[in-house]
Design a protein around this ligand. Structure first.
Ligand code: NAI
Length: 452
């Protein structure tokens, strides 16, 4: 069984590569030991956004009076919420299988492993069969990090990761979230909406890592007002049963939790692939690649979370495209300067390009403008009592767009416009000539541009 391209892993990088490569006429085999769709479709982006949408509908329903809608009683059924999430996942996973069929990609439901590389190509074993491919793309993704904290060395009934928490059909009495990153804040948002007492313990001085500091603080404050306890610069040092011990300012404190969510980061899945056999180089735990996603071994590529670099499905899609384009004679390189980050809290928070912190660190001379979301009429129309901000960073000399950060709904749907501007090195002057549809919340971007 010889193919032009063998792909290990059927997540966003893998299925996108299979689809593109198949459509471009390459013979493709894709190995997936679990379900097509990977973490994103099965236990990440899609199920969490489905749950969060239910929470948003519930929130909106509870506050419908603000919009002149009388609602005589709002309640939710967690089991039904989970069932809907499962239905959405099944539908999309089924959709990926159909895409594979259209692309004539052969799907093998087995774990694959690299065995050798010779004049024939790269050899792989999956199940009891051997496969040979001219090129191999590794996209085995990432898994939750279980930190070496005493008492927290394994997932249990109480200690959950992003995977197990998706299946909870009973609301926990309380939820303590270790790690105030993206996963932590999105689950804080979901359980807070459903009325669970949520506490977030974050080691650093801010939530949401590298996201804009000022907007992160605003989001933090809005969740604190909604009753979420957020402890910053607090480090969890021990877990005993459902008790969590953390240190802050040199003091040890204790918390009791119905459930504990561990969301302290993810790491690349590189084990059991035979990488050592072929001498594939790793870097910071992920597979080392160049800007065309090539590993140090000829004909061997890697894309997506397994590179350990940018753990985002949309990065994975683009990396996969870079691989396929180069394999099919279209020179392409991966660029990471305009990859949007989105946090699906309510309100949503999105950013792309430089923050003030990274621009300063890079020694860039820049200017900043920011406006409340309320400058966009549509935002007022649809967000009774809501607030938010749009912040734009431009180069001081030429006015090129360096970074855009938005807090307010629907930031997730607006940020791509800013990504296009940054990717295409657009300037303030050029953006001023773009016509934005009215009335839309996205006009806030244009308003902010004009406020420089
Ligand atoms: P993360 O890296 O975003 O956040 C982990 C947080 O845990 C950090 O802020 C870190 O300081 C903190 N932490 C680490 N050890 C700690 C300790 N002992 N005590 C207290 N805090 C501690 O990782 P997260 O949230 O697990 O997400 C993993 C990846 O998944 C991210 O890279 C993210 O890009 C991706 N993801 C993206 C989503 C999106 O695009 N909306 C949604 C969910 C995940």
């Amino acid at each position: 069984m010889k193919y032009n391209l063998a792909i290990i892993g059927g997540g966003p990088a893998g299925y996108a590569a299979a689809e593109r490569a198949g459509k471009k006429g390459l013979s493709v085999v894709i190995f997936e030991k679990k379900e097509l769709g990977g973490v994103c479709l099965n236990e990440g982006c899609i199920p969490t956004k489905t749950l969060l949408y239910s929470a948003k509908v519930y929130d909106n329903s509870k506050s419908s009076e603000k919009y002149g809608i009388t609602n005589t009683g709002t309640s939710f059924d967690l089991k039904a919420i989970i069932r809907r999430k499962d239905k959405v996942v099944r539908k999309l996973v089924g959709g990926v299988a159909v895409k594979m069929k259209y692309a004539s990609a052969v799907v093998v439901k087995e774990s694959a492993c690299l065995t050798t590389r010779d004049a024939e190509g790269v050899h792989l074993m999956a199940g009891n069969a051997e496969y040979i491919a001219e090129n191999v793309l590794i996209c085995t993704g990432s898994e939750a990090v279980i930190p070496p904290i005493p008492g927290m060395d394994a997932v249990s009934n109480t200690i959950l990761t992003n995977r197990e928490i998706l299946e909870l059909e009973e609301l926990p009495e309380s939820l303590v979230i270790i790690g105030g990153g993206v996963i932590g804040m999105e689950f804080a948002s979901f359980y807070n909406s459903l009325g669970v007492k949520v506490t977030v313990i974050e080691m650093l001085e801010k939530i949401l890592g590298e996201m804009d500091a000022e907007l992160s603080a605003m989001l933090q404050e809005s969740y604190q007002k909604k009753g979420v306890d957020i402890h910053l610069q607090a480090k969890v040092v021990e877990v005993k049963g459902n008790k969590i011990f953390y240190e802050k300012d040199g003091q040890r404190s204790e918390l009791q939790a119905g459930k504990i969510l561990m969301s302290v980061g993810r790491r690349a899945v590189t084990e059991g692939l035979g990488l050592e056999t072929l001498g594939v180089e790793l870097q910071k735990g992920g597979i080392k690649v160049d800007e065309q996603m090539r590993t140090n071994v000829p004909n061997l590529y890697a894309a997506g979370d397994v590179t350990g670099f940018s753990l985002l499905a949309h990065t994975a899609y683009r990396e996969a495209e870079v691989v396929v384009n180069n394999l099919t004679g279209q020179k392409d390189t991966m660029r990471y300067g305009a990859i949007p980050s989105v946090v699906y809290t309510n309100p949503e928070f999105a950013g792309v390009g430089h923050t003030e912190k990274t621009a300063k660190a890079a020694g860039i001379d820049f200017k900043v403008a920011q406006l409340p979301m309320a400058y966009a009429g549509r935002f007022i129309a649809e967000n009774e009592g809501g607030s938010g901000v749009c912040k734009v960073l431009v180069g001081a000399r030429y006015g090129e767009i360096l970074g855009v950060h938005m807090l307010g709904n629907p930031a997730s749907e607006m940020i791509y416009g800013a990504a296009m501007a940054i990717e295409n090195e657009m300037t303030l002057r050029e953006l001023e000539e773009v016509v934005f549809p009215h009335p839309t919340v996205s006009e806030i971007f244009k308003e902010t541009i004009f406020s420089f």
